[in-house]
Design a protein around this ligand. Structure first.
Ligand code: UD1
Length: 420
């Protein structure tokens, strides 16, 4: 087991650059198998989830060369339509492979995906979307068999704008003859990035970023070079880290246009936030002010992936505030640990009521999911004394050497290896 040990109380300052977005990189990796030609990806985040996805591609027969932030994927020798069981259970994004594998082989076998334990996270919308394209789906014993021999372009209406389901259907339809329309599609910026990538390979996708996406199938896609968009959640987390320490930082290479909801909340808390073309500068007040209400929503609403970090900030703000988590049903698992550090958070179902306290005190706590773990690190930066966050591996899923980034901004944080 790995842990972060933090000596709290240091004000963060300086400038830091964000990497490519995890949530853009993962579906893009899946989409690489839509073509038999090699794809060169640059600016990829060097995080565990990306390495696991690369491993899945290898096990399917693809050639993957991975060096730092660059990856070269060649799907020419891809030979299997069966997703490796163990790896699929470790990473929810493995479900993205369904659409691309169906596109290549007209059949696919996957097991129910894993990932962070932040809710039930069913895949019914992925499956109903594929069924609307003529795929027949049979589920038995946790294994899903998809037969796409009668696949066709079609009309897909999603009951809820699921990010993953929208991306899966987009990829499945990219090479189907005819026009597929996806209605009530998710509008997250990473979906726009996936559209740009598919189109760079010669695809004809329009409308991503809006509720209706049109995919005109093309006979075949070709190789290309691509760099995923920068990570708005990593950028937001760094801004939040500065805010909780009363700091002043600049985050460069930030997708500014996709971060208005987060920046607006940080301003509501009394931070000065300046948006430049591709950088954000934040100066935090001595004491943050509580916002009355934050509700997570699909984009362009407040992102659920920034909720945990904002809960940490709220816990040391002046006043009382409420957070409602509308996207996932079990995403307050970090609240108990924040309370152990001295916060006063009351959770009931999807709602957390927070009475701000002056300060937190260091404690030994445990990351239970990726963003919740990051929130505990933020709390540790602010707390008096030493905080140890166990389960650093969960944080590594989505943050590239988080401790190194924070150290660069002046934090005192180390990674330790402990025996379980
Ligand atoms: C993606 C992001 C994740 C983010 C989430 C919401 C990636 C790799 N992950 O996850 O970081 O938190 O979007 O912005 O991009 N649902 C169903 N049935 C389905 C699919 C989803 O009921 O078939 C529900 C989920 O349980 C959840 C909600 O819909 O409550 C949102 O899920 P979805 O938008 O699909 O998120 P993911 O694609 O899993």
């Amino acid at each position: 087991m790995e842990s972060f040990v933090i000596e709290g109380g240091r004000r963060l300052s300086g400038s830091i650059r964000v990497d490519g977005a995890k949530n853009a990189a993962l579906p893009i990796l899946a989409a690489c198998v839509l073509t038999e030609e090699p794809v060169m990806l640059t600016g990829m985040p060097d995080i565990t989830d990306v390495r696991r996805m690369a491993e899945i591609l290898r096990m399917l027969g693809c050639q993957v060369l991975h060096e730092g932030h660059c990856m070269r994927i060649s799907g020419m020798e891809m030979c299997s339509h069966e997703m490796p069981d163990q790896l699929s259970k470790q990473i929810r994004s493995s479900i993205f492979m369904l659409g691309p594998i169906l596109s290549r082989f007209r059949q696919a076998t996957v097991t129910y995906p894993g990932g962070c334990e932040i809710g039930l996270r069913p895949i019914d919308l992925h499956l109903s979307g594929l069924r609307a394209l003529g795929v027949s789906v049979q589920e038995e014993g946790g294994v899903i068999h998809c037969d796409g021999s009668a696949m066709h372009a079609g009309e897909v209406h999603l009951d809820y704008p699921s990010v993953g389901a929208t991306e899966n259907v987009m990829m499945a339809a990219a090479c189907l003859e005819g026009t597929t329309t996806i209605r009530n599609a998710a509008r997250e910026p990473e979906i726009v990035d996936l559209m740009s990538f598919i189109n760079r390979m010669g695809g004809r996708v329009r409308g991503a970023g809006c509720a209706t996406i049109t995919v005109e199938g093309v006979g075949r896609l070709h190789g290309c070079e691509y760099a995923p968009m920068p990570d708005r959640i990593a950028a937001g987390t760094l801004l939040a880290a500065a805010a909780i320490t009363g700091g002043e930082i600049e985050v460069t290479n930030a997708p500014v246009g996709d971060m208005y909801a987060v920046n607006a909340k940080l301003r509501e808390m009394g931070c000065e936030v300046h948006e430049l073309r591709d950088a954000i500068c934040l100066k935090a007040p001595q004491r943050l002010m509580a916002f009355p209400l934050l509700q997570t929503q699909p984009h362009p609403g407040f992102p659920t992936d920034m909720q945990a970090q904002m809960l940490a900030l709220l816990s040391v703000s002046e006043g009382t505030g409420v957070i409602v988590e509308n996207v996932f049903e079990n995403r307050f698992t970090h609240a108990g640990d924040l309370n152990r550090m001295g916060a006063r958070i009351l959770c009931s179902g999807r709602t957390a009521v927070v009475r701000g306290v002056e300060g937190l005190s260091g404690a030994q706590v445990t990351a239970r999911d990726l963003r919740g773990g990051a929130a505990l690190v933020l709390a540790g930066l602010r707390a008096q004394g030493e905080t140890r966050v166990d389960g650093a591996e969960l944080i590594d899923r989505g943050y590239e050497r988080f401790e190194v980034q924070l150290r660069r901004l002046g934090a005192k944080i180390d990674r330790i290896h402990t025996l379980t």
